[in-house]
Every structure is written in structure tokens, then in C-alpha cells.
Design a protein around this ligand. Sequence first.
Ligand code: CP
Length: 357
Amino acid sequence: MPTTTWNRHHVLSLADFTTAEYDTVLQTAASFQEVLSRRTKKVPTLQGQVVANLFFESSTRTRSSFEIAAKRLSADTLNFAAATSSMTKGETILDTAKTYLAMGTDIMVIRHREAGVPNAIAAEMDRLGVRVSVLNAGDGQHEHPSQALLDLFTICTLIDPANPRLELLKGKKIAIVGDILHSRVARSNIWSLIASGAQVHLAAPPTLLPKLFAEYFSEDTGDRSQESLVISPSSSPASPASPAPSSPSPQLFLHWQLEPALQDADFVMTLRLQKERMTAHLLPSLREYHQLFGITRAKLQLCKPNVKVLHPGPVNRGVEISSDLMDDPEFSLIQSQVTSGVAVRMALLYLLGSGKA
Ligand code: CP
């Protein structure tokens, strides 16, 4: 394992992650990726610790990869699904968390459809004075830190498999396309990509990318025009840890057309249309959305020749990305993202859990 200092007790958001923390996660995940390539893919690191997956909202890849990650580290795992739990009899979220605490849980991995639930449980654990760590596995429209970290790891290991690190993305153009308004994945990715010094270009219809969105990331609303909005983030939390005086300011660009975001892009992140979070009719039709913002081979012609496409999953095939492109390993990193998820989640569990022994 890389020798490092890790003082973080919970992972709830990437908003205040430092460059050193990103690099620690990337390097630790690289070590675990090597473990996962061995014949015996298991290490005793978290033996005797209990990891509870408390999923109050549906999940396939996040829940399964946290479970396999915990098992590869030799932790004992508890899996909770709200639909078959005592919450159906009226038990509260905090009482559910305290029940898992009483069973000796060391790390709680929490997903909930309401923003802030992992923070509330972490605050309660801190108030009780117990050394339980909380990991946000996706809360409403707020954040999905482990997804953004696995996206970062997928891209960085593609650029330099031997030494993945944040600075590899400096100056790269990364387009994030789709339902940005409802996306916790986009919010966490924007924090990490801005911290890296990448040029982050958001593209969506105005209903899915309101101008106000920019103010979440910056006080400075910059240079406005009809089609695009250019933001210079006021200060990245990563900046104090690794000042880069000669590098250009990281920037965030908002576009209400796809083409300026795709032009010369190095990576394109597509996002799922989150119909379950839409409270109004925000799109005329899925067919029109695909025509205007769906990622296809033809539209990728605008990007750099070796462009790669990411999607956090689950995918609406033929809506945000064409089905053939999704399955094309020349362009699509979607399966690599899922594979990277195990190593990155092992890294997070290891970093949170190794101080508890
Ligand atoms: N990307 C993601 O969070 O997928 P799941 O909802 O399947 O966990």
C-alpha cells in the first residue's frame, strides 16, 4: 500500500477533497487492482470488521461492488434492503442505523433518495462518540463520491496505468452530457474534475441545466452569452494542497447545445435521464432528446480521434447513448468503470477501516 496520511473519518462529498486525498485513493486503488489480478483475490486487511450496506434506494453496481470490495478485504458484510426491512413497520432511518451500530458495524455504506441522509447518520454517529465511518453511496441529487472516484480512476489508469494521479487530467477537455440537474454523479465529478485542472464542459437542454446550477460551484458567473456560460471557479478545495501557479485556471462551461461541448473533447461522460426524479415534463420526447443530446458515433466525430465515452449506469439504451456505441470497446469505458469500482471501493473501505483496528 502507498504510505500516506489519511485523516478523513467519513466520505460524504468530494467538495472538500484535497489533491493529496484524491491521489491517495487513486494509488491505493491501483494497489488493490493488482491484488484483484492475482489468483487469490483476497487480503486480510479488514478481518473482523463489519461493513453494512444500508441501501434505502435501488442499486445494482454500487451495492454489489461495495459488497465484493468488503469481502475481498475479508470484512464481514451485512446487506440491508429497505423494502424487506422493519422500516416497513415504521422504524426510522436513525433507529435502523443505530440497530446496525449495536451489531458492531464499523463502516456504514449508505444510499438514500433524499439528499443529506448519509450526513445525518454520520452526525448522529459522531454525536454518540462511536468510531463508525459513513460512506455516501449516493444521496438524492446531492453527491455520489465513490462513482466520481471510480470515474477518475478509470480515466487516470487509461492515461498512465502504472501511476494514476490527479494531475494527469490537467488541461483535458471533459464533456458531461445529459440530465445534469438531477445527477449526483455530475455534482461529484465536477468537484474532482475541477480539482484536477480539467476543462469541464456541461451540455444539456436548459430544463436539465439551469444557469443557477453554476452558482453551486462558483460565486463568479463570468461571461454570459446565449448558448454558453463560462465559469472560473472561485477556489478549488484542492488548490491549497498543490498550488500550480503556471497552470491555467480550472474552468467550468455550461452549454445548451451539444456541439460546443463535444468539440475536441478527450472524454465524454453521458448521464442517465433520471425519470424517477423528474417532477415535471422537462423534455418534449425521448426521441427528440436522443436526436439533440444522445451520444452517437457520428457526433463523436467532433471530439479528439481517441475520445472515450463513460456512463455511470444504469443506461437507457438508445436515449442518452446509442446502443452500438455503448457496446463498442474502442470507445466505451462503461465495463471498465464497473471493474474499476471494485478496486476504488476497496481503497475507500481500507482507508476508512484501517485506522479502526
Ligand atoms: N452508477 C450507479 O450508482 O449505479 P447503481 O444505481 O446500479 O448502483
